[in-house]
Design a protein around this ligand. Sequence first.
Ligand SMILES: [Zn+2]
Length: 256
Amino acid sequence: MATPLTAGRLLAILKNEGVKTAEYPGWTTRERDAATGKTFGPVHMVLNHHTAGSNSLATVAKNGVAGLPAPLAHIHLAKSGVATMCSAGRANHAGLMAKNAYDSFLNEKTTHPTPLKASGTVDGNDLSYGIETENLGNGTDVYTRAQYDAWVRINAALCREYDWSAESCGDHKETSVEGKIDPKGPVEGYGTRGRFTYSGKQFRADIAERLKHPASWSPSTSKPPTTPKPPSTPKPPTTDERLTALEKRVTALEKR
Ligand SMILES: [Zn+2]
């Protein structure tokens, strides 16, 4: 039974995973359970988003948008890598998930099919943790190194807590029947990797790698040392070179 974590436990597992955290005032009780008559849980996956804006914290945590009351995620992740706690209850982030896509995360399949509405739908807000990562979502705005590192840590922390594999972590675009495109865009770098384009597959690989290590682990950011080249031994002079040198010496002697 994957019971939702208490607010205190949710915060604790992030800290334990090395995530820098902040707490939005009122976050421990702000949720979309009572107002909707629905309950949060059991939870079966993590759903990742981009905010498609900037300075979105108050929107995600408290204000919401027209027709969609806050909280809009459990965690808001800033470009600085700071994760701000927004809710520990039901949050408005996932919308409807296609059943075929959801099942692939529920069952931790290593491939995730294109979400098909015809397969049926489930209410993703009932069953997933949502992370809103600050990014314009225009395909050029960059996820910072600190942000991506924290993002991997947050997903890994939840997997570690529930004994899920990285295949329980999905993108909004991988489940949505509402044409969502998030997250997308370039990432500044991660570990020894330089700039790359965000993909759910790579993200899950990075979470899986992290789960092989203790929560205190940090990926190495230095390139592995390259084997130094052996010092080049000077080649013995060719016959021609020896003769040329000899001629020079003779010429020099003749000039004396
Ligand atoms: Zn989204």
